[in-house]
Design a binder for this molecule. Structure first.
Ligand code: CO
Length: 207
C-alpha cells in the first residue's frame, strides 16, 4: 500500500470513529463554522494547531506559514485575518511560535537560503533589535529569538488595518502571544495580550 493510500485509509477510520462517538458531528459542521479563535502559527509539522490545544474541527480558524510571520503586505494573511475578525467574529487571535524554530535558526546562522530569505526578513529585523541575545549560549539564544519573534508578530497583528478598524468600532477581540515547546508539548503565554490600542502602546514601553 502506498503512503498516500495509508492516509486515505486513516481518514476513513477517523471519520468512522468520530461518527460512532457523535453521530451528528459532521452534520452540525455542515451548516456553519463558529470558531472563537484564530491561530497564527508556524508551518512546522510538529506544531499542529488543533491537537496542541485539544480542539475539534470547527473550533479554531488556522493560518500557518514558515516562522509564524505577519507581513503587512501578505494578502493571504490579511484575508484570513479580515475574515476571522469581520465575518467569523473570533474573540481571540493567537500568535503561537515554538522553541527550536528552524526559520529563526536560519536567521541566526546567517546563511543565504534563497527566496525564503525575503520571507524571513521580519525575523532578521527582530534579531537586529535584540542583539543582546548574542551573549547567551546557543540554544538559549535561539529560544530567546523565538520569543522575541512572537512578541514582534503580536505587535504586527495589532498594527494591521484589520485590528485597528476592529478596535476603532469597539469590537471585542484580543491578540495573544504564545510559544510552544516541542520538547514537552506545553504552550506558554508570553504575557503580551492586547485587547485595545492602549494595550498595544504598552508593549512598546515594555520591550
Ligand atoms: Co518554526
Amino acid at each position: 500500500m502506498s503512503d498516500l493510500n495509508k492516509l486515505i485509509e486513516a481518514n476513513r477510520a477517523w471519520a468512522a470513529r468520530v461518527t460512532a462517538s457523535d453521530p451528528e458531528f459532521f452534520t452540525r459542521l455542515l451548516g456553519q463554522q463558529r470558531p472563537h479563535y484564530l491561530w497564527i502559527g508556524c508551518s512546522d509539522s510538529r506544531v499542529p494547531a488543533n491537537q496542541i490545544v485539544g480542539l475539534l474541527p470547527g473550533e479554531i480558524f488556522v493560518h500557518r506559514n514558515v516562522g509564524n510571520l505577519v507581513h503587512q503586505t501578505d494578502l493571504n494573511f490579511l484575508a484570513v485575518l479580515q475574515y476571522a475578525v469581520e465575518v467569523l467574529h473570533v474573540d481571540h487571535v493567537i500568535v503561537c511560535g515554538h522553541y527550536g524554530c528552524g526559520a529563526v535558526q536560519s536567521v541566526l546562522d546567517g546563511q543565504p537560503l534563497g527566496l525564503i530569505d525575503n520571507w524571513l526578513r521580519n525575523i532578521e529585523t527582530v534579531y537586529r533589535q535584540h542583539r543582546d541575545i548574542d551573549a547567551l549560549p546557543a540554544d538559549q539564544r535561539l529560544n530567546a529569538l523565538c520569543e522575541h519573534n512572537v512578541r514582534a508578530q503580536v505587535r504586527a497583528v495589532c498594527d494591521s488595518t484589520v485590528m485597528r478598524a476592529a478596535w476603532a468600532r469597539g469590537q471585542e477581540v484580543t491578540v495573544h502571544g504564545w510559544i510552544y515547546g516541542i520538547a514537552d508539548g506545553l504552550v506558554n503565554d508570553l504575557g503580551v495580550s492586547c485587547a485595545s490600542p492602549a494595550d498595544r502602546a504598552r508593549l512598546d514601553a515594555a520591550d
